[in-house]
Design a protein around this ligand. Sequence first.
Ligand code: V0V
Ligand code: CO
Length: 146
Amino acid sequence: MLTRIDHIGIACFDLDKTVEFYRATYGFEVFHSEVNEEQGVREAMLKINDTSDGGASYLQLLEPTREDSTVAKWLAKNGEGVHHIAFGTADVDGDAAEIKDKGVRVLYEEPRRGSMGSRITFLHPKDCHGVLTELVTSAPVESPEH
Ligand code: V0V
Ligand code: CO
């Protein structure tokens, strides 16, 4: 079951400048940042709010790390802007299978590694009224060491 907006993915040419815009304009701080080589992105997660399912909602700012990455290709065609939305679920495998049965193309056979150790997959934008849609299961919260 999809229980929250996990994040909105925003493609930008210059991550540092875009992070500074969100900090100076709205007061949002970087919660986490990383490079995901497989996806070809450098990203910053800005946490907006916690959600009642124990998760949270973020803005995900994305800068391409190489010219052949999906985000670089998208930026060349569209310029900066909203690139995808991501719904949070406790069961990305089950939800992706259910959605696939409804005739929507799921882009990965198995979920791949996403931000902060999450497991992610994508639905084809052409099957979702023009919206690239991601499904995310967050990494389990580590229990504290005794
Ligand atoms: C492409 N299209 C889009 C789109 N990207 N429409 C809406 N939103 C987007 N973001 C349209 C495009 O305009 C074309 O329509 C058509 O789809 C085919 O696009 P293309 O330019 O030929 O590109 P493809 O087919 O090579 O690749 C498109 C897909 C690709 C969606 C298959 O972008 C993909 O695999 N995306 C999933 C991975 C990804 O985006 N990773 C970056 C975020 P017309 O012109 O034919 O009408 S990584 C992330 O979010 C992480 C790590 C995380 O959350 O943790
Ligand atoms: Co994303």
